[in-house]
Design a protein. Structure first.
Length: 330
């Protein structure tokens, strides 16, 4: 059942991607803002209560509807509900247009336009980046976006669906990522900023929730890429990145396609989230002083990144298909 829901959601998302300005994302922003304004009193336990409400209510709501549909109308309706939520939480088209525009600009030699597109996507100051650094940041942010929008969602959805919890994993993962990002950004632009306690609770919870998916993504990149180099980069360079989970993925990517990633982080520019897509609100950049070894980033590496991501998708979909077949035959 999970395999069919994932396949259906991916196919529909390719044909008709969810628009950035849609009522679902707007509703989630309003919900996170309301929770922080009414339950964030500045102390640690208040932060955890607010996080639990912001993430738990949509997760439990999705689970309750899944069980209700399955018990009252039958499993086909439950599958459709799973596919609908996966369509909202899972998909390449939620970020791939940024990657495509940047790749086209670099291929055409329009470096100034590429800097503008990167600055607009990540809300950073990219005005002085050389060509290789533009490519490096495009690779890093693209693989992290693929992880958060595709592989991380697949991992949590598959694990909890195996225990009969339907789409709860997908909603839990994306909600956790969203509120951690949104509350951090809200602190910079809102008259009602999230407290430090709330930001800490959301960040700590997100790091725990993303721990397993990050390693699943890195392992997938290693399997479909250059395995030995990816594992070596994972072991030797991941700890140099400021964010452990993100750093692990970037390090594995560097080894998988033999490209130098990591370096000086970009300066974040504070902007209003109202006009941004759901995946772009105040996202942090990666990059420590040290960098993973490999070749200098070039536009040709962007095609290798696309191949790496799609091979990983095919691998996990085939694996899920085999598990589903084994379950049906068993």
């Amino acid at each position: 059942m999970s395999f069919f829901a994932i396949l259906f959601a991916l196919l529909v998302e390719q044909v008709r991607p969810l628009a950035p300005s849609n009522p679902i994302y707007a509703g989630m922003r309003a919900w996170a803002r309301w929770v922080s304004q009414n339950f964030d009193a500045g102390r640690s336990h208040h932060g955890w209560v607010a996080w639990g409400l912001a993430v738990g209510v949509p997760t439990l709501g999705a689970l309750a509807i899944h069980w209700s549909l399955g018990n009252l109308l039958g499993w086909p309706f439950a599958v459709l509900w799973n596919a609908a939520l996966l369509y909202v939480t899972l998909g390449f088209r939620q970020f791939s247009h940024h990657f495509t525009d940047l790749r086209d600009a670099l291929d055409a030699g329009e470096e100034s336009r590429a800097r503008e597109l990167l600055a607009r996507w990540q809300q950073v100051d990219a005005s002085e980046l050389p060509r290789s650094e533009i490519v490096r940041h495009v690779i890093e942010h693209s693989v992290l976006a693929a992880h958060r929008h595709v592989f991380g969602v697949l991992a949590w959805f598959s694990v909890l669906a195996a225990f009969g919890l339907g789409p709860a994993g997908a909603v839990l993962y994306r909600s956790s990522e969203f509120v951690a990002r949104y509350w951090r950004h809200q602190t910079s632009v809102s008259r009602h900023p999230a407290s430090e306690a709330l930001q800490t609770a959301a960040s700590d919870a997100w790091n725990v929730i993303d721990w397993l998916p990050a390693r699943v993504t890195a392992l997938g990149f290693a399997v479909v890429g250059s395995f030995e180099e990816a594992i070596d980069s994972w072991r030797n360079y991941a700890q140099r990145f400021p964010d452990g989970n993100d750093g692990l993925i970037v390090a594995a990517t560097a080894g998988a396609i033999n490209v130098r990633l990591g370096g000086e982080a970009l300066k974040t520019v504070v902007t209003s989230p109202d006009g941004d897509s759901e995946g772009d609100i105040g996202q942090r950049t990666t990059g420590p002083a040290g960098a993973a070894s490999g070749r200098e980033p070039e536009p040709a590496h962007l095609a290798q990144v696309v191949g790496l991501v799609w091979r990983s998708v095919v691998m996990w979909v085939v694996l899920l298909a085999l598990l589903t077949l084994a379950r049906l035959l068993g």
